[in-house]
Design a protein around this ligand. Structure first.
Ligand code: FES
Ligand code: FES
Length: 156
């Protein structure tokens, strides 16, 4: 079946089954490999993208559920105000270790910051708790989100 979905502001036509996860459309059909596969069961957050600005797990988002929704991926998040701030703070704090989880982390953090420009610790916990980092970069992630939000950041 043919679907046209808006990915990073560009209409993309894909010929796949309707129940194909968006993650596979992005990676295998469109060749956009910035979005990562971790668990495939909405348990790790590696595959996080935005759908109309909200963080969603692309591994369980079927292509036929997207409709007119606008998909934003890690490839374009730097073009949004919140995403630009988050990426700058990520660099400043040198957040990534192996890097595998990081596009998902950045997408969740960007959605948080766009929704809540000055998130509390509880807001950060809520928004980020579904994003697993096997390298344990959680402290730097938190500090980078606070830096991006213009909050006080403690010394490392
Ligand atoms: S791959 Fe989607 S949440 Fe893990
Ligand atoms: S940086 Fe390695 S899994 Fe998060």
């Amino acid at each position: 079946m043919s679907f046209t979905i808006d990915v990073n502001g560009i209409p993309r036509s894909v010929d796949v089954d309707g129940d194909t996860p968006l993650l596979w459309v992005l990676r295998d059909v469109l060749g956009m490999t910035g979005t990562k596969f971790g668990c495939g069961m909405a348990l790790c957050g590696a595959c996080t993208v935005h759908l109309d600005g909200a963080a969603v797990r692309s591994c369980i988002t079927t292509v036929d559920s997207i409709g007119e929704g606008k998909v934003t991926t890690i490839e374009a998040i730097g073009g949004t105000p919140a995403g630009a701030k988050i990426q700058k703070a990520w660099l400043e704090h040198e957040v990534p270790q192996c890097g595998y989880c990081q596009s998902g982390q950045i997408m969740s953090a960007s959605a948080l910051l766009a929704d809540k420009p000055h998130p509390t610790d509880a807001d950060i916990d809520d928004a980020m708790s579904g994003n697993i980092c096997r390298c344990g970069t959680y402290v730097r992630i938190r500090e980078a989100i606070k830096l991006a939000a213009g909050s006080q950041v403690k010394e490392r």
